[in-house]
Design a protein around this ligand. Structure first.
Ligand code: URA
Ligand code: SF4
Length: 202
C-alpha cells in the first residue's frame, strides 16, 4: 500500500488535518472500518498520549478512547492527576483493524506495514500540537514512535526520547490493563507511569 503521505496536508492546522484524514486510502484498513478516528484535545496540549488503533466503539462513534480501554484510561488519568480535557489523545493507526467472528468484530493488532503506512498522520499531529511530552501506550505506538527494537516492558515508566529529541514515557496499553489477571497491580503500575509523565512536565 502507498502509505498516508499523499493525503497528509503539510500546511494548515488540526481542522484541515481532520478533514483530510477522512479521505485517506493509505492502507487497506479504511475499506472495512466505519470511519477514521482523529485525535482529540487542545491543539496546544503539553502532553500527547498515543494509543494503538480505534476499537469497536471508537469506530462506530468516531471518537478516541470511548470504549472499555477509554474508561480505564479515564480512571488512570484521574488517579494520576491529569485532566483528560487538557491532553491530546490519539492513536498510532487511525482506522479500526478487526476480524469478524460471527456478528462480533474482534480487534486485531495492526501490522508493521499498516503502522508505517499510517505514521505520517501521527508525525503531522506532533508537528501541529508540539507536545512537550509524549506518553507512548503499548507496543504499536512504540513501534511507530520509538522503533521496532524498543521494548515497552523493559523501558516503561522512565524518560526516553523520540528520535527528534522530544521527551517521552512509554507504558502499556490500557486494554492490556483491562484484560489483566492481576488488575490491581497492573492498574497501579499504569498510573505510576502516568505520574512519571506528570513529574517530567513539572
Ligand atoms: N484503544 C486505542 O488504542 N485507542 C482507542 O481509541 C481505543 C482503544
Ligand atoms: Fe490511512 Fe491510516 Fe486509515 Fe490506513 S489506517 S487508511 S493509513 S488513516
Amino acid at each position: 500500500s502507498p502509505g498516508a503521505e499523499r493525503w497528509v496536508p503539510h500546511d494548515g492546522g488540526i481542522r484541515k488535518l481532520r478533514a483530510q484524514l477522512r479521505e485517506c486510502r493509505g492502507c487497506e484498513l479504511w475499506e472495512d472500518a466505519e470511519q477514521a478516528v482523529p485525535g482529540a484535545g487542545p491543539v496546544r496540549s503539553r502532553m500527547m498520549l498515543v494509543g494503538e488503533t480505534p476499537g469497536d466503539h471508537e469506530d462506530k462513534e468516531g471518537q478516541v478512547f470511548v470504549g472499555p480501554a477509554g474508561h480505564l484510561l479515564d480512571k488512570a488519568l484521574v488517579e494520576a492527576g491529569i485532566e483528560r480535557s487538557e491532553v491530546y489523545l490519539t492513536n498510532a493507526v487511525k482506522h479500526f483493524r478487526f476480524e469478524r467472528q460471527g456478528k462480533r468484530r474482534i480487534h486485531k493488532t495492526p501490522s508493521a506495514g499498516q503502522i508505517t503506512a499510517c505514521r505520517p498522520w501521527l508525525v503531522r499531529e506532533l508537528e501541529i500540537v508540539k507536545p512537550e511530552l509524549v506518553v507512548v501506550m503499548g507496543s504499536v505506538a512504540a513501534k511507530a514512535l520509538l522503533g521496532a527494537a524498543f521494548r515497552v516492558t523493559k523501558e516503561r515508566g522512565k524518560r526516553v526520547e523520540l528520535p527528534d529529541g522530544r521527551a517521552a514515557v512509554a507504558t502499556v496499553h490500557p486494554s492490556a490493563v483491562v484484560r489483566s489477571d492481576e488488575f490491581r497491580r497492573d492498574f497501579e503500575r499504569f498510573v505510576d507511569d502516568l505520574r512519571v509523565a506528570v513529574d517530567l512536565l513539572g
